[in-house]
Design a protein around this ligand. Structure first.
Ligand code: ADP
Ligand code: MG
Length: 334
């Protein structure tokens, strides 16, 4: 249960073509993240899968059956949104029970599923509280609880953590990952945040203007991005992209090198440059360096204790085995 297949799925809003024909297979039990910049069509794609939007063309299959024209309620999927819209006058237990009451489940079955969801989500002690007596993270867990009790074939999350502060986001990220390990249910998770994608996904789908740029595991995308878009989108700080004569030397229109794959020295190296601002994170120092003949400032990862003054002369050398080469159209040269 929980295999989803999109075949030639398209979506137009009036004359705006948001999703050109798109094919995608999601395996049972996979944690798939749709990631891409704001407006690239992530929510639209998720809403098409959920049945909240009609496809303009194409077929959506759930567990081998054509679900293209099924109403959302009949697809057996549960969606969790960014705004978790709990009923303020209902308790946690009543909020979680809500979809089961609508579906007419017996009181015993409702109680069993509420207890189960509360235990999985660490909400057992909060079942009698109302939403205003909960923290943001707890409210988000109640919203997830409401999805769990439906025992869906797949969970669909649309940027569920965007309303939470940074520390809470990290915690909830881990909770959702653990929840997936425990439930082993298919999860599709939409985010614009590549860190969430990297830390949570089995499989990342990188979207750009409705088009799938690349599908792969987090490390596949990090180590072998198939084009400049993916190379620049995945990783923080970003991969350094260099074009011009430095790229010519390597037989490429542009080359990419991640901050941790440039060595920095005050004595010698391939490219002579001038140190700019250093960002001291404690564990690492990110140094900005301008190199003669390279248009963009480069970012280099150095050890935490590394100290340079602005204006110091430095030398950079790229690790050749970690150099990415791209052609004129931005595609990876292998
Ligand atoms: P994302 O979730 O990646 O930020 P969306 O899927 O929300 O992107 O939107 C993709 C594109 O489709 C955007 O350009 C958006 O303006 C457009 N769009 C989304 N919903 C509608 C709608 N109901 N009517 C017209 N355009 C829409
Ligand atoms: Mg969205």
């Amino acid at each position: 249960m929980g295999r989803i297949e999109l075949k030639g799925v398209q979506k137009e809003f009036g004359s705006v073509h948001v999703i050109p024909p798109l094919d995608l297979g999601i395996e049972n039990g996979e944690f798939v993240v749709f990631v891409g910049p704001s407006g690239c069509g992530k929510s639209t794609l998720l809403r098409l899968i959920a049945g909240l939007e009609d496809v303009t063309a194409g077929v959506i299959e759930i567990d081998g059956k054509d679900a293209t024209d099924l109403s959302p309620g009949k697809r057996g999927l549960a969606m969790v949104f960014q705004s978790y819209a709990l009923y303020p006058h209902l308790t946690v237990a009543q909020n979680i029970a809500f979809p089961m009451r609508m579906a007419g489940l017996s009181r015993d079955e409702q109680a069993r599923r509420i207890d189960n969801a509360a235990e999985v989500l660490n909400l057992t002690d909060y079942l009698g509280r109302r939403p205003k007596e909960l923290s943001g993270g707890q409210r988000q867990r109640v919203a997830i609880g409401r999805a769990i009790v439906r025992e869906p074939a797949a969970f669909l999350f649309d940027e569920p953590l965007s309303n939470l502060d940074a520390a809470l986001r990290v915690g909830m990220r881990q909770e959702i990952t653990e929840l997936h390990k425990r439930l082993e249910t298919t999860m599709i998770y939409v985010t614009h945040d590549q860190v969430e994608a990297m830390t949570m996904a089995d499989k990342i789908v990188v979207l750009n203007a409705g088009v799938i740029e690349q599908i792969g595991s987090p490390l596949e995308l990090y180590d072998t991005p198939c084009n400049l878009f993916v190379a620049s989108f995945i990783g923080s700080p970003k991969m350094n992209i260099i074009s011009g004569i430095q790229a010519d030397k390597y037989g490429a229109a542009s080359i990419g090198i991640r901050p941790e794959h440039l060595t920095i020295s005050t004595d010698s190296g391939e490219w002579k440059g001038t140190a700019g601002i250093s960002e001291h994170l404690g564990s690492d120092t990110f140094v900005r360096v301008t190199v003669n003949g390279i248009e963009d400032t480069l970012t280099i990862r150095a050890p935490g204790k590394f100290r340079l003054a602005i204006g110091d002369t430095v030398y950079l050398s790229p690790e050749l085995e970690n150099l990415h080469k791209f052609d004129k159209s931005g595609e990876r040269i292998t």
